[in-house]
Every structure is written in C-alpha cells, then in structure tokens.
Design a protein around this ligand. Sequence first.
Ligand SMILES: Nc1ncnc2c1ncn2[C@@H]1O[C@H](COP(=O)(O)OP(=O)(O)OP(=O)(O)O)[C@@H](O)[C@H]1O
Ligand SMILES: [Mg+2]
Length: 519
Amino acid sequence: MLDWSELAGLRVIGRMAEMINQRWNLGVGFADERGQLIDTPTIQRYATDRPLCVLLRRTPEGRRRCDAVAQQMIEHHRAGGEKTGSACMTCHAGLFEPYVPVRMDGQFEGLLLAGGFLREEDREAQSEEVLARCADLSIPKGDLRRALERTPVLSAEGERMLQDLLELVVNEILIFREEVTRKERRLDRLTRELAERSEYGQLIGKSPAMRSLYRTLEKVAASASSVLILGENGTGKELVARALHFHSDRKDKPFIVQNCSAFNDNLLDSELFGHARGAFTGAVGTKKGLFEVADGGTFFLDEIGDMSPTLQVKLLRVLQEGTFIPVGSTQTRKVDVRIIAATNRDLKSMVEQGLYREDLYYRINVVTLSLPPLRDRLEDLPMLVDHFLARHGPESKIRLSSGCLDRMMDFNWPGNVRELENEIERLLVLQGDSEVIGEEFLSSRIRYEIYPGGAAPGGPREQAPSLPEAVERLERTMILDHLKRSRWNKTKAADSLGISRRNLIRKVQAFDLDRRKNR
Ligand SMILES: Nc1ncnc2c1ncn2[C@@H]1O[C@H](COP(=O)(O)OP(=O)(O)OP(=O)(O)O)[C@@H](O)[C@H]1O
Ligand SMILES: [Mg+2]
C-alpha cells in the first residue's frame, strides 16, 4: 500500500507540482485505490483554488458531483483495462482532467491527477458545454462566465507536457517505492537473521526445542546454581556449558573444562584438586588443582557419570561447602566455583541401581538441561549446514545444491550434530572449486540411506545394523537406485554400477528387486 502523504513529502514531487502550478496554474492531487481524494496539509500545498471549482463546490450538489469525479476516474481507468500511462477525462462540469494510474507489482494503488482546464482549440464550445452542465446548480450565469474566463487554457502541446510531467512524477513514485521496498526487505532479512541467530554465540537453531532451550538458558545463566546438561553425543553439551559461562557474571573469570572419564582415578584426583609435594611418586612439586584455577569462574565437568565413587565424595564436598583437600595435603582449600556437569549416561537410573551417589546427583542436578538430538530438530539442518559451510569453507560463498540438501534432509540423522559437521567438512574437501556442491559428493550412507524404511525422524530407531547387513542394504539400495535411473534397463544399470550384467541379474533375484514392487 502506498503512503500518499509520505510520497507528497518527496522533494522531487514538490518540484514538479510547483512547475505545473506555475506554468498552468493547475493543482496536483492524489486519489487512493478507492477514489478517495487524499487530503493532508502537505498535499493541500499542491492544490490550487480554481475559481470555477470554488464556485461549483459552494452548492451541495456541486460539491457532491466534484467529489465523485475521482471515483469516476477510477471507473474510467478500470474500463480502460490494465492500462498504465496517462489518460484524460472530463469532469462533471466539463473541464479536462488528466491523470496517471499508479500500479505496483500489478496492483492498482491509486491515481495522480491534475487539471480542471479548457482546451485552447475548442475553448468556446467547451465553455458553452460547462454552462449547460452547470445550469441546474442555481449559480448566476454571470458568475459562471467570470470564473470560466479565469480557468486555465492549455494548448495541445501544453497538455502533452502536463501529461509527461505527471508520468514523470509517477515514475518517481515507483522508483522511490522500489527503493523503500528493497530497504524494507533487507531490514526484514536482517531482523529475521538476528532472530534466527541465537543470543548464545555458536548455538545454532530456531526449532521449538532450541527456542525452549534458549529460554531456559536465559533464566539459568545468571544464577550461580549447578547445572546438569544431558544429551546424546555431539548434541552441543560443551557449547551450552560455554554459553552459560559467558552469559553469567563470571564471564571474565576462568572457564575450565575437565573430562572425568579420560584419566585414571588418581590422576583425575590430582588434576581436579591438586597435590602436595611428595604426595605420590613423581609429585616433585606442589600442583594447583583445576578447582583452584577455576576459582571465581565456572568448572565444566564432562562425562560426570564416569567419576569414581571416591571422587564423587570429594566433589560432593566442594559442592556443599566449597572446600577440598589436595592430594597428600592436610590443608583445606576454599573456592567459589560454579559447577556445570554433563553426561550422555542415564544418571537417574544409575542412582537407582546404586551406581551413582544420590546426594551428589541431587547436588549437581539443581537445574537440568536436556539437549535435543538432531533428529528431533531437523528443521534446523539448513541453518546448521550454512553455519558449518561458513565455518569450514573458504571466504567465497559455497552452498549445497537443492538435491544435496534434500538428501541430507531425508537422511535419518542420529542425534549427532558433530556427524553433520564432519559431513560438511568432507564435502568441502571433495567439492574442489565449484560453488555449488552436488549430491554426488555425499557420503554413500547419506546418498543411499542405509536404513530403508527406517524409523521416521523422532520415532524409535531400529538398532544399528551389523557391517554385513549394512553392506547388503547399501548394495540393495544402490542397485535399486541405478535400476530406476536406467528405467530398468539392466545393461545400462550394470554398466553404471560397474558390474557384469549376469552379476546384476543374480543380485536382482537375490534381493527380490521386482520392477512392479519397486516403482
Ligand atoms: N546447536 C548447535 N549449534 C551449532 N553447532 C552445534 C550445535 N550443537 C552441536 N554443535 C556442534 O557439534 C559439535 C559437538 O558439540 P559439543 O562438543 O558441544 O557436543 P557434546 O554434546 O559435548 O559432544 P560429546 O558428547 O561428544 O562430548 C561441535 O563442533 C559443535 O560446534
Ligand atoms: Mg562434549
């Protein structure tokens, strides 16, 4: 929709209206798509008081007829079909009124009009016509004649120039609108991009599951409470832990990560809590533990489910009292550390089975964040793809072909975002110089889904197949794919598969690849 009063404020329109005004003593007006004359103080500047019009509008019937003129122009314009460019009609009183319809994207938006003049070549006849048309308005004839004498008269050339000018104004309007629309679209895109990009740095996704995660992060980040992050492998547990730290008021203090399953128990003990000199063979000096290094900041304990019972007790004490004793020392240390723990194990059932300390479980589990697996937020896949392309790709923009993206969307992704990231890295290595990556570069398990008829995204997944099973499925899928592509021409299919026709026929029988069953 056009905002006429906004347009009326444009300098170029003002200049042209001024020219029309000065040269022919004519005013310029705007009517919207329903024929309503637009009346704002800015637009009034472009109108002129034409004596005849003033006179006619003094009578109620004259005003009614005058107001209906814009309406008639709309109808006139409609009758003229989809025409653009200027047109001319006579008003109720018989004066000439040129106008230009404004269409944007094929839609009629209104009219730009100017006029109320007599044509030089048949001024006499036209004046008589005006007098006849206005005879029933009970206006003294003498007044009408005097007004007619002061009505602008345009030569044929003047009329053509006037129409050219009006068309020019409409052109300006269209150019201006286009520019505004372009800017608005850009603004929309930027706003959308900003909304899509999460507040949380590297975390990508706008699926309902991710949005709900962001909302929880917002509430939890600022607090000092411990957080337990649950999620399958590669679902972003560490990313979330970082996001929590860097959105807390501890962000200028250390963020320390320790994987609890990577070490043997003694080493982990001294790594976490430090050790005194001579605490054990090889302990030549005193060593600060990571809990001390993390003082004031955040400690991310990854794979917390793998921690031994002894260390579970030590950790519990840090959580309860903020104190611990380094290995081989007698002195208690006090620290202020926020604990974020993560695991892909089912801690709750470990507690139930007596494999994990219940009191520790409740201490670290003040807030739980469960990260959605990729298969539950497939709508985020295109964004993640772009993100990884930008992260691992060259400066120039590289994208996936739509077929390639389709295949990726169809693939029954497990929970793992890292797996997707690896696939993109692989594609970037293989694609060479081309800007668009085609599906032929996809790894075969994605290209030829090895879980045919596998669970729908989010549904229960069948157990991962054994290697021979997977190979067989892949073989079957590839053969079917090539058969379909060669329209069941076995010679061609065997050719493109790189096997003999006899071999293909044997496999088709073995896999029961009947054409009628596999359309
Ligand atoms: N929501 C996400 N947005 C962007 N990248 C993500 C997201 N989730 C995971 N990733 C990417 O996937 C990879 C794995 O993430 P991260 O190491 O945080 O997962 P994790 O759950 O700790 O994995 P693991 O269980 O293997 O330790 C990272 O490279 C990360 O960039
Ligand atoms: Mg991790």
